[in-house]
Design a protein around this ligand. Sequence first.
Ligand code: FES
Length: 249
Amino acid sequence: MAQSRTAVGFGKTTRRDAWWLELIPVVIVLGAFSVYATVRAFEGAYYEWGPYLSPFYSPLIDAHHRWWPFSPAILILGGPLGFRATCYYYRKAYYRAFFLDPPACAVGESRPHRYSGETRFPFILQNLHRYFLYLALIFLIILWYDAVRAFWFDGRLGIGVGSLVLLANIVLLSLYTFSCHSLRHIVGGKVDCFSCVTFGGPRHAAWRGTSFLNEHHMLFAWLSLCSVGLADFYIRLVATGTILDLRLL
Ligand code: FES
């Protein structure tokens, strides 16, 4: 039964399930990733080894500090960060888990009368998501290049555990990007009649593909978040000499 928003106070609800349980993994995983990524981005070291380059530092710009005295990761951080921060799924997740605004569906929020959606600063900036998507597609090409390069050791084809780690990461990042709501809209979400528009057939096929992936966007969001962090962590371990990269070929 629908309930009046004004009739409930913060955290009040008629729901009987443990709605708050789903906030806990978001706080833990997203919180831990944010802290780790920030520390690593500012560390400015141990981001490459052999043919491996950490995704936090790719594309690598001014690694020798000719004109940029700080960590090279800071120069490129805005692209992936903006893409994730404005993602429709993550917005829902962190509005609930960190702002408790609202904490969950049909659960009272703290400021029920001041809701203005995303029409005012700073949240109006969330509408830049489409433009961050264009940037993300460029990053994707660069990271695919890095993943392929990770199979190239001293001019020869080879396979190390790091090669597979970077390959798994870029596959998950591609699934995350190609399941994006904005991308689905761009390729065909606003078309009413595919047979009436230019390239209607290919657009319909692309729309069906993105629609299929889009159903799993939340899963890809989490898997790719973990894979980026783990890929960087693996390269850091190898670069610091903590572990040896196992060569499989
Ligand atoms: Fe999540 Fe676009 S909606 S990446």
